[in-house]
Design a protein around this ligand. Structure first.
Ligand code: COA
Ligand code: AMP
Length: 670
């Protein structure tokens, strides 16, 4: 493999200072070039990484809905993220900072050490029978082993699928059955502020209920948490201790793979309870993420970049693991919360301690800090002058939180919009190119490579500024965006490409203003964004409907001052139920937690005698949601029985901060 300079793209970043934007035409020129001549634009961008076989073409377009990025290129992502920095003489540079506010542990891993761990762990996977194309399920909390195992998979061309720790065994089963991994990499457990989450019993339960593809479970032992590989010996599945296996393993060199080879599968909630396995390719992913570090975040090799997310989410995949390391920066893996570990100054302590230059988190994290520490006294205790920008994503950034952070932190607060499917930002303020003026409520402008349009429900383009519609992206999607849905290419088509031929339907609605700024307003489907976590209303409904007492269930996403939104269930009971209703409500909440996991944060369920429906039997979820949010409601003329709304009205508003008085007016439309 050859070593190349890390920044061949000739853009001198105008990063601006504090909140003062720098106005040039750099962004507009780069964006235009990416749309006019994507072939040149992305081939130039491909120079940012090292290839075993350099691509001669950026894109092969097989049909309107099928394309391949860098079709004749070959590379290895792990080599690009680790080895090439060591070979370039940066082995001593810190690659990973591990900071556990839960255990008080802090450690640093240099690029050379990371290379050693990753090469050995790749050897462990190999010895467990994992080859190129095999799947490995990673079920780990925020510990360095998560990064090492993801990179080790990339090193041998294995396809990883990381599952977030807050999911229940049932969700693990769904993912095991869909991806059929040979190996699971896990640990004795994770630490939440008030409890220890033991992972091994969850894995054991999931294995007993799954399809039997898993041959080996590799366990990173955490001394503080009960359970180890030794406790599970003797069954059909082999359990290995990570440290013992790594000590014995032969280091493995990076295996070049086709640019089109799947890099990983990440499951995300769709409209049904069946999650979609988003598949990312290797070459497009590596190129796009490397480019994003300089162009969007303004990060150079050696800078400290901290994404306070979780490796189980797409933000964690891209910006805790791959992008910072591809760019030769230092990444932080933080095990803790913004508040309570130990206080609302936790994030600022990390910023000071490691000289974090760019922090990336979700608005809900800021809201939790604001609730505990409205005057930002926590930030005042630390020197956070290293912080040049705060990026936010995962949900809409409400203007109140934006102003609070912007006023209090003295650095640009940048909202950017993206999805599990896209892997990197769709719209952003590209501070690495130039810092554009911020408009509160807007996630700024489409990233280079993104051709964004607003479409009406019939698929006609809305060109008038300020008119809301469906946000769609003109095909082909940029490199790094999803390639397909694992095992279900037809689902890729039906979920994303069918609704508006020639476009990818984002599932979000919004508008573009007269300056080209994009405002994302919310989902058009029944996906609920709970504290920056994407939860399917359909999955909660399915869980409720499986309870013995429940006849029918409707779940809607209601507004929540802290978490943005949360699920709210309304159920009817099977005929003849005679038990205690309070106890049943508690049991239903526990049942959802057991089925989906604590991360669903499902706390509200109301029992009614009938659900409001149209004459054709469709549940009026939007009407239910509007009533619970205290909005003015326009009841569809097709309602079967208007009196069914009285019970919903009697529930009051879901948010105790929203007054109910007179806010709800119903009127029969038409
Ligand atoms: N393992 C096990 N349980 C977990 C978990 C994990 N990794 N993460 C969360 N949970 C549990 C929590 O302990 C909580 O359980 P409880 O009901 O017993 O209290 C429940 O899931 C709900 O969690 P959450 O809604 O996340 O609240 P929180 O107080 O744990 O955390 C935030 C608050 C703001 C820190 C967290 O929601 C967060 O980081 N959100 C941002 C998500 C994100 O990064 N999205 C990607 C875009 S940046
Ligand atoms: P996820 O796939 O979990 O990252 O969630 C993606 C969804 O979160 C998007 O479709 C949006 O609905 C929402 N989202 C993410 N970032 C933003 C943002 N900056 N502004 C508004 N909504 C956002």
């Amino acid at each position: 493999m050859s070593i190349q300079s890390l920044s061949p793209i000739s853009v001198s970043p105008n990063l601006g200072t504090a909140n003062v934007p720098v106005r040039t035409d750099a962004y507009a020129e780069i964006w235009q070039e990416s749309i006019n001549d994507p072939e040149k634009f992305w081939l130039d961008s491909a120079e940012l990484i090292d290839w075993d076989r350099k691509p001669t073409r950026a894109i092969d377009r097989h049909s309107e809905t099928e394309w391949e990025w860098f079709p004749d290129g070959e590379l290895n992502t792990c080599f690009n993220a680790v080895d090439r920095h060591v070979l370039a003489g940066h082995g001593d540079r810190t690659a990973v900072i591990y900071d556990s506010a839960m255990t008080g542990t802090q450690s640093k891993i240099s690029y050379a050490e990371l290379q050693d761990h990753v090469a050995r762990f790749a050897g462990v996977l190999r010895a467990s029978g994992v080859d190129k194309g095999d799947r490995v399920l990673i079920y780990l909390p925020m510990i360095p082993e998560a990064i090492i195992s993801m990179l080790a998979c990339a090193r041998i061309g294995a396809i990883h699928s990381v599952v977030f720790g807050g999911f229940a065994a049932n969700e693990l089963v769904v993912r095991i059955n869909d991806a059929s991994p040979k190996v699971i990499v896990t640990t004795s457990g994770g630490l939440e502020p008030k409890r220890v989450v033991e992972y091994l019993p969850i894995v054991d339960k999931a294995l007993k209920a799954s399809n039997g593809s898993v041959r080996t479970v590799i366990v990173a032992d955490r001394e503080l948490i009960p359970g180890s590989a030794a406790d599970y010996q003797g069954g059909d599945v082999e359990y290995l201790d990570w440290q013992e296996a790594e000590a014995k393993a032969q280091p493995v060199a990076p295996v070049p793979v086709e640019a089109t080879h799947p890099a990983y599968i990440l499951y995300t909630s769709g409209t049904t309870g069946n999650p979609k396995g988003v598949v990312r390719d290797t070459g497009g992913h590596a190129v796009a993420l490397t480019r994003s570090m300089s162009q969007i975040y303004g990060i150079k090799p050696g800078d400290v970049f901290w994404s306070a997310s979780d490796v189980g989410w797409v933000v964690g995949h891209s910006y805790i693991v791959f992008a910072p390391l591809l760019a030769g920066a230092t990444t932080v893996i933080y095990e803790g919360k913004p508040v309570g570990t130990p206080d609302a100054g936790a994030f600022f302590r990390v910023v000071e301690q490691y000289g974090v230059k760019v922090l990336f988190t979700a608005p809900t994290a800021l809201r939790s800090i604001r609730r505990e520490d409205p005057e930002l006294e926590g930030a005042g205790r630390y020197d956070i002058s290293s912080l040049e920008a705060l990026f936010l994503a995962g949900e809409r950034l409400d203007t109140e939180t934006y102003h609070w952070a912007n006023d209090g932190l003295h650095c640009p607060v940048i909202d950017h919009w993206w999805q599990t499917e896209t892997g990197w930002a769709i719209t952003a303020n590209p501070r690495g190119i130039e810092l554009l003026e911020t408009k509160p409520g807007s996630s700024t402008v489409p990233c280079p490579g993104v051709d964004l349009r607003i479409l009406d429900d019939q698929g006609h383009e809305i060109t008038e500024p300020g008119i809301e519609g469906n946000i769609a992206l003109k095909l082909p999607l940029p490199p790094g965006y999803l390639k397909t849905v694992w095992g279900a290419p037809e689902r890729f088509f039906s979920s994303y490409l069918k609704e508006f031929p020639g476009y990818y339907a984002t599932g979000d609605s919004g508008f573009v203003d007269e300056d080209g700024y994009v405002f994302v307003m919310g989902r058009t489907d029944d996906v609920i964004n709970v504290a920056g976590h994407r939860i399917s209303a359909g999955a909660i409904e399915e869980a409720l409907a499986h309870h013995d007492a429940v006849a029918e269930a409707a779940v809607v996403g209601v507004r929540d001052t802290l978490k943005g939104h949360r699920g709210y269930g309304v159920v009817t009971l099977k005929h003849g139920f005679e038990g205690d209703l309070d106890a049943l409500q508690k049991a239903l909440i526990a049942h959802v937690r057991e089925s989906i996991g604590p991360v669903a944060a499902f706390r509200d369920v109301a029992i009614v005698s009938r659900l409001p429906k149209t004459r054709s039997g469709k549940v009026l979820r939007k009407t239910i949601r509007q009533i619970l949010d205290g909005e003015e409601v326009k009841v569809p003329a097709t309602i079967e029985d208007r009196s069914t709304l009285d019970e919903i009205l009697a529930l009051g508003t879901a948010d105790p901060d929203v007054a109910h008085t007179g806010a709800v007016k119903t009127q029969i439309a038409g």
